[in-house]
Design a protein around this ligand. Structure first.
Ligand code: AMP
Length: 206
């Protein structure tokens, strides 16, 4: 089962990805998580990626494509994978088609006007990756799932979120057409509750 999660920043890709990976027992590959790990460890990739991520811009295609190409060649991807946040450009999608076959593209469909509030109020567990929103958790500092420290992502500020939404509209949204033409795209309404969105995803994936 080779699956792509497509959707704007804040649509809930990370939240749903954790649940999909657990239910279908496939590795969750988030290019954003890979970059954040590299930034933390101050690797050469991390240094390059940070200069783009801090501005809300996409990391250059050639950097991210090579990371994904190598990751998909690992043994645990033999039975399938879930790509979260890749591809984000048509160029990346075409490169991906050169080294794997995608079965299903889940497009998390949501009104873009909801996303600024979702992202600027988001808190993420630094240990397990679960996402929360201040409107539910207030100023809680610990993850209710695993006890890890909750953090605010450096790129979840208003200015950077604006740039990320522009990058999505100009560079990533064309993939909806691209995968519709390939016949692999399935739309999932993503403005409901987490469990409802997940139920809709499982109806698509079976
Ligand atoms: P995410 O965690 O998916 O929201 O990604 C955080 C940031 O990492 C994005 O705003 C981009 O700057 C960068 N990034 C993640 N995935 C990609 C990708 N496939 N192509 C280019 N940049 C990416």
């Amino acid at each position: 089962m080779n699956v792509i999660l497509l959707g704007p920043p804040g649509a809930g890709k990370g939240t749903q990805a954790v649940r999909i990976a657990e239910k279908y027992q496939i590795p969750h590959i988030s290019t954003g998580d890979i970059f954040r790990k590299n930034i933390k460890e101050q690797t050469p990739i991390g240094v390059v990626a940070k200069s783009y991520i801090d501005k809300g811009q996409l990391v250059p295609d050639e950097v991210v494509i090579e990371i994904v190409r190598q990751r998909l060649a690992e043994k645990d991807c033999e039975k399938g994978y879930l790509l979260d946040g890749f591809p984000r450009t048509t160029f990346q999608a075409e490169a991906l088609a050169g080294f794997t076959t995608v079965d299903t593209v889940l497009n998390l469909d949501i009104d873009l006007n909801l996303l600024m509030k979702r992202l600027t109020g988001r808190r993420v567990c630094s240990a397990c990756g679960e996402s929360f929103h201040v409107s539910f958790i207030g100023d809680a500092k610990e993850c209710s799932k695993c006890g890890g420290a909750l953090i605010q992502r450096a790129d979840d500020n208003e200015e950077t979120v604006n740039n990320r939404l522009v990058a999505y509209t100009n560079q990533t949204a064309p993939l909806i057409d691209y995968y519709t033409k390939q016949g692999t795209l399935k739309n999932v309404q993503a403005d409901g509750k987490i469990d409802e969105v997940f139920a809709a995803i499982t109806r698509v994936l079976g």
